[in-house]
Write a protein that binds this ligand. Structure first.
Ligand code: B12
Length: 376
C-alpha cells in the first residue's frame, strides 16, 4: 500500500465531503498533556465532563491496538446569524453560544468521520480505525494542535489561521503509518484580550482555564448557580463565547459552509418567558436537535430565569411566581425566588412572603431569603 498516495487521496476526498481542514499526526502518547491534566485535576480546575481516566486520554494505544497515526478534522461554524429574530418591543430573549447553533455538531462531525472511514476501508480493507468527537477519550485539542490544524490559544481554543477558533474538531486513530504534518506556530504573541474579556476570570493565565469559573461550564451544571456568577451570566442560556469574540484572530471570521450549522433564530435566541413553562416534549421539539440541550430542560430553564432577572423584566413576574409556586424542581423554584427579589415590586414581594411560609425545601428557603434581602 502506498500510504503517501492514500494521504493525498484522503485530503482531496475530505474537501469533497465538507471537511474544512485535515491534519495528520503520530499516535505517540501525549506526554506533556498528561502532566497538564494531572495538574488541572490537583488544582480542581477540571469541569468533570472530561474522560476521567487520564492514561486513556493520553495514550492512543489504549484505545486502538497498535495505532500508527491520528487524523484530525476541523469544520468551521458560523459566528453571525443570517436570519434575524423577529423582535417585538419588550420581548426578552436568551442566547445559545455559537457551538450550539444548528444541528448538534457531534452528528455532523461523526458523519464526516464515518465517510472518511469508509473511504479508507475501500482502499485498505484491513485498516483498523477509531473515530471520536468531543465525548471520546482523547483531548481533541491536543490532537488538533499536534496535527497542525491550529495553535493552542491563550483562550484555550484551537485557533486556525483560516477560520479562527470557530471550528469543531474530531479525530480518527488509525493503524496506518501516515506521515505527520507540522504543528502551527503560536500566534497569540503578547495579546491578552481573551483573559481581559472573560467575565469571571476563568482564564487564570494564557492557556489555562479554571473550568469551575467558566460561564460555559456554569450554564451546563444542574444545581444552583453560585451567587457571585449569577449577574455575570447575563442572558446566556447555554455556553459562552466571550473569550472567542474578543480574539483578534476571529475578527471577520464568519463561515457558512454547512447548511446543517445554520441556526434557527427562534432556537438560538429563544424568547425567555415561554421556556419557563415548556413540557419535556415541547423542550425536545424546540431544542432537542442542538448540542446545548444535552443536559436536558432544567439547566436551560434555570438559566432563562436568571436571564429574566438580568433584564429586570417586570412582565415576567407572574411567570416567575408560577414557577416559585408550582415547579417541581427546587433549583427552578429557588432561582425564581431570587429572580423575583432582583426584579422587585409589590407583587413579587407578596409572592416571596407567601412562599416563605408554604415552602419546605431548605435550599429554596435560602433563595427566598436572598430574594427578600433585595427589599431591605
Ligand atoms: Co469544550 N470544547 N468548550 N469545554 N470541551 C472542546 C474543547 C472541543 C474540542 C469540542 C469539539 O469541538 N470537539 C471544542 C473546542 C474547539 C476549539 O478549540 N476550536 C469545545 C468548545 C467549542 C467549547 C466552548 C467554546 C463552548 C462554548 O461555550 N461556546 C467553550 C470554551 C471554553 C474555553 O475552553 N475557553 C467550552 C467549554 C468547556 C467547559 C465546559 C468549560 C469544559 C472545560 C474547557 C477546557 O478544558 N478548556 C469543556 C470540556 C471539558 C471539553 C472537552 C470535552 C474536554 C477538554 C479537556 O480535556 N480539557 C473537549 C472535547 C475533548 O477534548 N474530548 C471540548 C482539559 C484541558 C487541560 O486540555 O484543552 O483538551 P485541552 O488541551 C489543551 C491543554 O491541555 C493545553 O494544550 C492542549 C491543546 O490545546 N496544554 C497546555 C497542555 N499542556 C499544557 C501546558 C501549558 C503550560 C499550557 C499553557 C497549555
Amino acid at each position: 500500500m502506498d500510504v503517501k498516495m492514500l494521504k493525498q487521496e484522503l485530503i482531496a476526498y475530505s474537501k469533497e465531503i465538507g471537511i474544512d481542514k485535515i491534519g495528520f499526526t503520530s499516535a505517540d502518547p501525549f506526554t506533556e498533556l498528561k502532566n497538564r491534566l494531572i495538574r488541572q485535576q490537583e488544582l480542581g480546575f477540571q469541569s468533570g465532563f472530561e474522560e476521567p481516566d487520564i492514561d486513556k486520554r493520553v495514550t492512543p494505544g489504549l484505545l486502538l491496538e497498535e495505532p500508527r497515526s491520528i487524523i484530525s478534522i476541523a469544520l468551521a461554524y458560523p459566528s453571525k446569524m443570517t436570519v434575524r429574530v423577529e423582535g417585538k418591543k419588550g420581548e426578552r430573549r436568551g442566547i445559545f453560544s455559537r457551538a450550539s447553533w444548528g444541528l448538534d455538531y457531534h452528528h455532523i462531525l461523526k458523519d464526516r468521520l464515518k465517510k472518511l472511514e469508509e473511504f479508507i476501508i475501500t482502499k485498505q480493507p484491513d485498516a483498523r480505525l477509531k473515530s471520536m468527537v468531543d465525548t471520546g477519550e482523547l483531548s481533541d485539542r491536543a490532537v488538533a494542535e499536534r496535527a497542525g490544524i491550529g495553535w493552542s490559544g491563550k483562550n484555550c481554543a484551537i485557533i486556525t489561521p483560516e477560520f479562527g477558533s470557530y471550528v469543531y474538531i474530531g479525530e480518527m486513530i488509525t493503524s496506518l503509518p501516515f506521515e505527520s504534518d507540522t504543528p502551527i506556530e503560536d500566534q497569540c504573541g503578547s495579546c491578552t484580550k481573551c483573559l481581559e474579556a472573560c467575565p469571571t476570570g476563568a482564564l487564570v493565565q494564557g492557556g489555562q482555564i479554571n473550568a469551575q469559573r467558566c460561564i460555559s461550564f456554569l450554564t451546563q451544571t444542574k444545581g444552583f448557580i453560585p451567587d457571585e456568577f449569577r449577574d455575570k451570566i447575563g442572558n446566556r442560556v447555554y455556553g459562552c463565547d466571550s473569550c472567542q469574540t474578543a480574539c483578534p484572530h476571529n475578527k471577520g471570521k464568519n463561515f457558512h459552509f454547512h447548511d446543517e450549522m445554520e441556526p434557527d433564530p427562534e432556537v438560538a435566541k429563544p424568547l425567555l418567558k415561554p421556556i419557563l413553562k415548556l413540557s419535556n416534549r415541547e423542550f425536545k421539539n424546540q431544542f432537542g436537535d442542538v448540542s446545548g440541550s444535552w443536559r436536558g430542560k432544567k439547566p436551560i430553564q434555570r438559566n432563562a430565569i436568571m436571564a429574566l432577572a438580568h433584564f429586570k423584566d417586570e412582565t415576567a413576574v407572574p411567570n416567575l411566581i408560577e414557577v416559585l409556586e408550582n415547579e417541581a424542581s427546587p433549583v427552578s423554584r429557588g432561582t425564581a425566588a431570587w429572580a423575583l427579589g432582583k426584579i422587585g415590586g409589590e407583587t413579587a414581594l407578596i409572592a416571596l412572603k407567601s412562599a416563605l411560609s408554604s415552602e419546605s425545601d431548605k435550599n429554596v428557603l435560602t433563595e427566598i431569603e436572598k430574594g427578600l434581602k433585595f427589599y431591605s
